[in-house]
Design a protein around this ligand. Structure first.
Ligand code: FES
Ligand code: MG
Length: 591
């Protein structure tokens, strides 16, 4: 790409050097001069590079960016740009109630307003914790200014009594051990903290590591960026190189719309299967695609990604954690192995100014115990199954984390034909689940499917990670750790449950889950990718006609705004009206 420095006119000069409006130019200059910049700098014609700061005390997964930003700024300066750091609405996955998912679209909106309304020519998007990555990419897609992601990196590996303990998994296991009476409260807390030994985001292949891998697979970060653990020297170097690169991108006018193509999303889907990525990736990628104006459907996750094998041995689908992933070669190694099998669109443009194929050539896995070749994977067919039926139009099932026992019973057994019939037990939300899960009158046994509803985008609001419900104590004590679960919410990216989730449309807007009752028979047919309630058609229609939409109680103004405008998880959970605003860089705001 051409770096045409001479005669390049940046939009920031509309603020700082507009001969047609000296009155406003003076106003802009005096206030940006009073702290950190000189008039000569601001009128130099150099690009002003925004740095979207997602780290703070409230957002500890991204806190490392508070330190990395010095290196980003140094890179920007050395390459001839002018850095301007700005804060965005904080998102902390585990700390924000009722759920961080409510805030992804808020962080997105905030970023769009900043990029549109301030003198910014290009932007470094700092990412890390789950929703920060999609929120930043959605905003960049809407605005379409040159943009590059820099993630903070995963924490160092956690260790407990000589064993690796990773984010999320340590909680699911601890909950079970506590329920079984095998550990006490203090040990539960100590184990949990052992999984988080340093700065950084979750060290498993949960939603954070997944979404940062997606950013890299899409071509939106420098090569090898996503897997470098937060405290490593290379993380600091990557921050500096990212700062340098965004300045060149500003001159080249290399924009998200040059990078975020349908083929780039297909690369991301394939990589997600190969790394055993999170079930939160589909709604987030759908959302990024919709804001980028790229045609992507939830069914593409099965069509493009199902037959891709699991090639990364990292928790929750495998054994290792983030440090091993990085040492084995990170995302470039996974993509290089996939490319050798012809599974990557190598011609996609990336933020490096080179194609994906050029970026990953020669970056093969250096440790096949951690990143396998395509032909000797950990398991075949590791992508998502996208189900439909009379309970929903679409819902996801992540096959890469399903236990061998469950696979033998329902997926792989010749003669089972992927069919499973069971009795439904229905919960109205997480509170109802906690109140009643051990209620003997529910008659939960090993042939039960647990359902949870009213926990989608509109219902919760924001869609809660509660579908991975733990079986009742008597089932756990009997040695069965997982019953199939179904719901219109999400589950944690670190979960290893055989769940059917993200059911769309959700119950509170009249999706089929709303009409299901405890005691109904349901049939899961994995070969046909269907889940249906086996309820007589007349009866089903009667339940539908009797149904009344529940009254929603909002606790904040944003909850009401969000619920009024949000779509369904299968469509990315976007603010529907926002998807009409695309490439708004072409309109300057009034001054
Ligand atoms: Fe923030 Fe996992 S909770 S990265
Ligand atoms: Mg999560």
């Amino acid at each position: 790409m051409a770096d045409t420095r001479a005669n390049k006119q940046f939009r920031s000069q509309e603020w700082f050097d507009n001969p047609n409006n000296p009155g406003m130019t003076a106003l802009y200059l005096e206030r940006y001069q009073n702290q950190t910049h000189t008039r000569a700098e601001l009128q130099s014609g150099k690009p002003i590079i925004g740095i979207a700061q997602t780290g703070s005390d409230l957002a500890p997964c991204n806190k490392i960016h508070v330190f990395l930003v010095d290196r980003i700024k140094a890179g920007i300066r050395d390459a001839g740009g002018i850095p301007m750091e700005f804060p965005v609405h904080p998102i902390q996955e585990t700390g924000k109630r009722p759920t961080a998912a409510l805030d992804r679209n808020l962080q997105y909106l905030g970023l769009v307003e900043v990029l549109h309304g301030y003198p910014i020519d290009a932007v470094v998007l700092t990412t890390g914790c789950d929703k920060t990555t999609p929120a930043m990419l959605m905003g960049a897609a809407t605005m379409d200014l040159p943009a590059i992601t820099l993630n903070g990196g995963p924490m160092l590996d956690g260790w407990w009594k000589g064993k690796r303990v990773g984010s999320g998994g340590v909680i699911w296991e601890g909950r079970r051990l506590l329920a079984e009476g095998k550990i006490d409260y203090d040990e539960f807390m100590d184990r949990a903290c052992a999984s988080a030994p340093s700065l950084g985001h979750c060290n498993t292949m949960g939603t954070a590591s997944t979404m940062n891998a997606m950013a890299e697979a899409l071509g939106m970060s420098l090569t090898g960026c996503s897997a470098i653990p937060a405290p490593f020297r290379e993380r600091m170097e990557m921050a500096y190189e990212t700062g340098k690169r965004i300045v060149a991108m500003a001159y080249e006018d290399l924009k998200p719309s040059d990078i975020l193509t349908r083929e780039a999303f297909e690369n991301a889907i394939v990589v997600n299967s190969a790394i055993g990525g999170s079930t939160n990736a589909p709604p987030h990628l759908q959302a990024i695609a919709r804001h980028a104006g790229v045609d992507l459907h939830v069914k593409d996750w099965q069509n493009v990604g199902y037959d891709v094998p699991l090639m990364l041995n990292m928790q929750p689908a495998g054994a290792y954690l983030g440090e091993s992933f990085h040492r084995a070669g990170g995302v470039p190694a996974v993509m290089a192995e996939l490319a050798k099998a012809g599974r990557i669109h190598e011609g996609c443009m990336t933020v490096t100014g080179k194609t994906m194929g050029e970026n990953i050539t020669g970056r093969d896995s250096v440790d096949h115990d951690v990143i396998t070749t395509y032909d000797a994977p950990l398991r075949p067919n590791a992508g998502f199954v996208v189900l439909s039926g009379n309970l929903f139009d679409n819902a996801l099932m992540k096959t890469s984390v399903i236990s061998q026992d469950f696979r033998d019973r329902y997926l792989d057994t010749p003669g089972s034909e992927g069919l499973y019939e069971a009795r439904a037990v229905v919960f109205e939300g997480p509170e109802d689940y906690h109140d009643r899960i051990n209620d003997a009158s529910l008659k939960i046994d090993d042939q039960t499917i647990l359902f949870i509803r009213n926990v989608g985008c509109v219902g919760y609001p924001g869609s809660a990670e509660v579908v991975n419900m733990q079986p009742p104590d008597h089932i756990l004590k009997g040695g069965n750790m997982h019953l199939p679960t179904v719901g219109d919410g999400r589950q944690s990216g670190t979960s290893e449950s055989p769940s059917i989730l993200n059911a769309s449309p959700e119950a509170v807007v009249g999706g089929g889950l709303a009409f299901l009752r405890t005691g109904d028979r349901v049939r899961l047919d994995l070969n046909k990718a269907r889940l249906d309630a086996l309820v007589d058609e007349e009866e089903w229609k009667e339940r539908q006609s009797e149904w009344k939409a529940p009254k929603l109680e909002h606790q904040t103004p944003w909850e009401e705004i969000y619920r009024t405008h949000v779509g369904q998880l299968g469509d990315g959970g976007c603010l529907e009206l926002a998807t009409a605003y695309q490439r708004i860089r072409h309109q300057l705001p009034r001054d």
